[in-house]
Design a protein around this ligand. Sequence first.
Ligand SMILES: Cc1ncc(COP(=O)(O)O)c(C=O)c1O
Length: 378
Amino acid sequence: MHFETRAIHAGQEPDPLTGSVVPPIYQTSTYKQDGVGGLRGGYEYSRSANPTRTALEDCLAAIEGGARGLAFASGLAAEDTLARTVCQPGDHVVVPGDAYGGTYRLFAQVLSPWGLEFTAAAGHDVEAFRAAVVPGRTKVVWVETPTNPLLGIVDIGAVAALTHEAGAILVVDNTFASPYLQQPLSLGADAVVHSTTKYLGGHSDVIGGGLVLADADLGERVAYLQNAAGSVPGPFDSWLVLRGIKTLGVRMDRHCENAARVVELLLAHPKVLDVRYPGLPGHAGHEIAAKQMKAFGGMVSFRVEGGQAAAVEVCNRARLFTLGESLGGVESLIEHPGLMTHASVAGSPLEVPEDLVRLSVGIETVDDLLEDLTQALG
Ligand SMILES: Cc1ncc(COP(=O)(O)O)c(C=O)c1O
């Protein structure tokens, strides 16, 4: 079955009781048992499993092409559960050189005191990842591509090969691309992480996370910790993400088209210094992106002449581009990463340029977006 058909149908057979075409929101914490241990539909308590969440988890597995999908209360909850499943204190992890700030904070401030050691790869090329691997100790190589907020591109297939040579597993954060544009498991990754808050949910109305594992046994181990530590999403949040996934393909096509037009405008603007978009032939990762992505996505970053004050001014002047954190919703957002999403990495090697502005280009009529950006740039 093709991607968009899977997105609409996988895990979502009509409800056996009523024929409801849309999976119901099973807003229940517990399930009646027919005698002790006699479970009717395999469900006993909604931290362990809930039918609405199961529908989402099966759909996630189907759209990423994995053996097991798992849904979480947030992207970071998914990351934390995966890291604690595959690593023990004393193990070593390689993280991206410009990981999402919250991912870096998780490793630096939470998992490091727990006993994990990590190295941030000094770049996006294969050699940077190879240099960061500690043979015999590295358990996980963690990749984001495109990266947040600098839109760097990592060659998933090449990093998968060196990761496996070192006896480690490759985790890809596929939040920026979404499975519609990029299929990391088919390129050799072992696990895919999502902040489903973003393109999968797609409407800026839910916080959620997802994991898809290539290997069913690893999936079972992560599911054990998901239940034991309990960072699960509620049924309504699961339902919202599942509904969002149904339109992922058409939304992504429009995000990509609109982003390409926004990039054109930015390139021609005298106050814009540096446009970061993997679709640009001059982007360092363009060829790799063209090879491993179906199109180049809806995220665009750029630097503004005049330093931090000028970049902040552009963010404050935007009207249709809403000033706010997050990304991947139908509405366009603008933000200053240095003072907003990535404030937690200030002073670390991951600090972002102070004159950087990040756009999440939505699916509004593009002419309105261009008009707003033109006035915001002044
Ligand atoms: C690339 C990426 N990964 C993970 C996360 C964390 O997801 P959440 O905010 O749902 O915990 C984010 C959040 O912005 C992100 O951008």
